[in-house]
Design a binder for this molecule. Structure first.
Ligand SMILES: Nc1ncnc2c1ncn2[C@@H]1O[C@H](COP(=O)(O)OP(=O)(O)OP(=O)(O)O)[C@@H](O)[C@H]1O
Ligand SMILES: [Mg+2]
Length: 433
């Protein structure tokens, strides 16, 4: 046996859900997707009970296992509203896909797997720093399933240079505390899949990207992955010694991926041009029935209309794209969204700063005008909410250095302070003398 079995009746952690709904909506938004649903959910939603795995089959297949999942799409969207600002469409699409998938897993593990079920792997498109990873991570926390994130760029076709795509599955087992059963219905999040495109604007073909896409095909559908990497000599030796010693409950040495949900994401920069071209050609040839491209249409508008043909034109293989049937675009974050990321998201960066100063007994108060100015500055960075970190780091740099060894015990973050942090700090220090 390579991994310890579950403790009897072990429960997987879930998260409480509060009633706040900070979805700012943003331009063109339909508003929060969770209106009118119950405010609180029980703390723990999923449970994996012990069960004996069938010999020779991945440890996931035993019908005696119980996996309880009783969330509804609106429950998941409500949870996401607490942490992720905007992205209403992505929240809706993800919530539905996650519920469908985990209901299917629940039924399968209870022994009534739906025949011909097709997995609803998801593709998230959208610029950097707008909450793609944050959405998936927050959803996985709520559902209580193991989650791993890997960058598609770190894999190579052969696995000798860079990683092997099978490592993702083994990482999932590690995340599940070595429990292959739990890992078998986890979530694998594959970032930067756009970098696997084999036809760039230059027309050059990247053979390695195509090889990695091919290697991912079997994983994304239904493949068996060895729990110990063939390149891991120590792991192979340990496995052989454990087998020789015998004892412990039988556990398969492979993990089947058919209940693992794959979520891929990428910025797909430049794809707006492909989409615009397709729509303009269609408008010119099909006439009045075709959708017109509005004069003000930007990247968000274009990405929301991405089709399979656009993704293939971008350079992804049809077989790869075909295994990501659920697609949704995340919109860019404007200044209002960034303000709400700071003001309303439970994962707001301001809590990190409040805690950092509180560690020295200093109270740091954020005023709304200060938050708005930080959001304005971050907006011009063009890196989504990641820009907030860059701006805050610059603004607070000297405060973090000087205040802990001063007599100052509180200060406020205002627009004036964000505009000229050094002058504000000088004044504060002068007053404290
Ligand atoms: N819509 C949002 N609401 C709240 N916080 C957000 C949002 N978007 C981003 N953030 C914050 O910014 C950080 C980075 O976001 P995230 O990792 O989700 O970006 P991403 O869209 O996956 O970008 P990339 O394409 O670069 O991976 C998150 O940890 C989160 O704190
Ligand atoms: Mg990301």
């Amino acid at each position: 046996m390579f991994f310890p079995p579950d403790k009897p009746g072990e429960r997987v952690q879930g998260s409480p859900v509060a009633s706040s709904s900070p979805d700012s909506g943003g331009p063109g938004s339909l508003g929060p997707v969770t209106e009118g649903i119950p405010a609180r959910l029980p703390r723990r939603r999923t449970r994996v009970a012990d069960g004996a795995p069938k010999p020779g089959v991945a440890a996931t297949a035993s019908p005696s296992e119980q996996f309880s999942f009783d969330l509804k799409p609106a429950d998941i969207a409500r949870h996401l509203d607490r942490f992720v600002i905007g992205q209403s469409e992505a929240k809706k699409v993800l919530s539905v896909a996650l519920c469908d998938h985990f209901q299917h897993v629940r039924l399968s593990l209870a022994g009534s797997e739906a025949p011909y079920y097709q997995k609803q792997n998801v593709l998230l498109l959208g610029p950097t720093g707008v909450g793609k990873t944050h959405l998936i991570r927050s959803a996985a926390e709520l559902i209580g399933v193991p989650f791993v994130k890997g960058d598609a760029t770190k894999f190579s076709e052969t696995g000798y240079v860079g990683g092997d795509v099978d490592d993702l599955v083994r990482d999932l087992v590690r995340k599940a505390g070595g429990n292959a059963r739990k890992a078998s219905h986890g979530i694998i999040y594959l970032d930067e899949v756009d970098k696997l495109a084999t036809r760039g604007d230059t027309g050059a073909r990247d053979v390695s990207g195509r090889g990695v896409q091919t290697n991912l095909l079997k994983l994304m559908e239904d493949g068996d992955v060895p729990l110990v990497s063939p390149n891991d000599v120590t792991g192979q030796l340990q496995a052989a010694m454990t087998a020789m010693r015998g004892g412990g409950p039988a556990q398969s040495d492979t993990l089947n991926t058919r209940h693992i949900l794959f979520i891929a994401s990428g910025a797909f920069s430049g794809m707006d041009r492909i989409i615009r071209h397709r729509l303009e050609v269609a408008a010119a040839t099909a006439g009045a029935s075709a959708e017109r491209v509005p004069r003000a249409a930007g990247t968000d508008w274009m990405l929301a209309r991405a089709t399979t043909s656009d993704l293939i034109a971008y350079g992804l293989e049809p077989e790869f794209i075909g295994r990501l049937p659920v697609r949704v675009a995340c919109h860019g974050l404007n200044t209002d969204d960034l303000f709400n990321v700071l003001r309303k998201s439970e994962s707001s960066l301001i809590h990190q700063y409040e805690r950092a100063f509180a560690a020295y007994g200093i109270e740091c108060r954020f005023r709304d005008d200060g938050l708005r100015r930080l959001a304005q500055r971050a907006s011009s960075e063009n890196t989504g909410a990641r820009g907030l970190m860059t701006v805050c780091e610059r603004v607070f740099r000297d405060f973090k250095f000087r205040l802990p060894s001063s007599r100052i015990r509180k200060f406020s973050v205002t627009a004036r302070m964000v505009d000229d942090p050094r002058a504000e700090l000088r004044q504060l220090l002068k007053k404290a003398l």
